[in-house]
Write a protein that binds this ligand. Structure first.
Ligand code: AHM
Ligand code: MG
Length: 337
């Protein structure tokens, strides 16, 4: 590739599709629409301060959290883009209590269900800090042509056919996987295209960043408290003490750790005994990306992608990142609980 050659997301998707002669192109078409919705959301995120789109919309979502205007904007635009692409028969979103059924003829024939957190890290919107979109795609279990059912969504993460995130940061990036490694695309605003910038992202086996909301320290399980102490101790052979970095946007914290090496932890706490993050549209897609990068993602005792989901908005503890760091925290959890 010469220095002037640029591969756009859409070109890349088509190149990948060409490697599978029997592929029908429907997943490619769907990913293309994800890219388009991401560009629209990015445009609004970037001009948020200018057009009075910041602030609360005055509603609460199904989790009882205040919705921000941009959350609603992102939700609506992803839903519209995915509906119009015709490959998705139903969508589940953090912002909607039940899944959204697309019931026209075209969508009923869609092979996929799509799960998303349209704008994650929403407490960071008003203060100009990185936020993200997370998505997960499954083949439906119900028959094509029938109405989608809850069972289409309640599949373990191992069944994901694609997953990814968009990070609206100092630049905007889309990272996705279809199980053949992770690819990252950076949005070039001058041409309005996501351009391939990161091929086969691998995360270091060892890292020296730990990311956890230490304000909750007193409520953490004993094993997590002990692991934090371990991270802070001095030991030249393991490059400790580690650095503490916590943005409070899952996508931004995970993306940094993915590239640099580190661990992200959101454990169960006394006040949130099942953890805070959602299994289906936050943890599973992030876990797919992390595993494709040779990292690990667990809920403590179990690989997160093997957890059998029981409800759409299910929460889970989450430990994800560099393999050796996840192994280490698990050692502490097994000894101290
Ligand atoms: P949200 O979906 O309401 O934005 O919440 C999810 C976010 C994650 O992005 C982040 O990792 C976590 O909540 C931060 O929570 P806390 O403020 O409790 O540390
Ligand atoms: Mg979220």
């Amino acid at each position: 590739m010469n220095q002037f050659e640029v591969t756009t997301l859409n070109e890349f998707i088509l190149e990948q599709q060409a490697q599978f002669p029997n592929a029908e192109g429907d997943l490619s078409h769907l990913l293309h629409h994800v890219g388009t919705a991401a560009k629209i959301v990015n445009r609004e995120v970037n001009k948020a301060g200018l057009v009075d789109i910041l602030g609360n919309a005055g509603n609460t979502n199904v989790q009882g959290e205040e919705q921000k205007k941009l959350d609603i904007f992102a939700n609506d635009h992803f839903i519209n883009a995915l509906h119009s692409c015709g490959e998705v028969c139903a969508i589940a979103s953090e912002e909607n209590e039940s899944f959204i059924l697309f019931d026209d003829d075209m969508a009923r024939n869609g092979k996929y269900v799509f799960l998303m957190d349209p704008l994650d890290g929403s407490s960071n919107i008003d203060v100009n800090v990185s936020i993200g979109t997370i998505f997960s795609i499954y083949k439906r279990k119900s028959a094509i042509g029938e109405q989608a059912t809850m069972d289409d969504f309640l599949q373990p993460g191992t069944q994901q056919v694609a997953a990814g995130y968009i990070l609206y940061g100092s630049s905007t990036m889309l990272v996705y996987t279809t199980g053949q490694g992770n690819y990252g695309f950076t949005l070039d605003p001058s041409i309005g295209e996501f351009c391939l910038s990161h091929r086969q992202i691998q995360t270091p086996e060892n890292g020296n960043i730990y990311s956890i909301n230490e304000g909750n320290y007193l409520k953490f399980p004993a094993g997590v408290k002990q692991y934090i102490k371990y991270c802070q101790e001095k030991d030249a052979s393991t490059n400790r003490p580690y650095s503490s970095r916590y943005i409070g946007s899952l996508v931004a914290d995970v993306h940094r750790n993915l590239l640099k090496g580190g661990i992200f932890i959101y454990p169960e706490t006394e006040s949130a005994p099942k953890g805070k993050l959602r299994l289906l549209y936050e943890c599973n897609p992030i876990a797919f990306i992390i595993e494709q990068a040779e990292g690990q993602a667990t809920c403590g005792p179990q690989r997160i992608m093997e957890v059998e989901p029981t409800s759409l908005h299910q929460r889970t503890p989450f430990y994800a990142g560099s393999s050796n760091m996840v192994n280490k925290v698990e050692e502490f959890l097994s000894v101290f609980g």
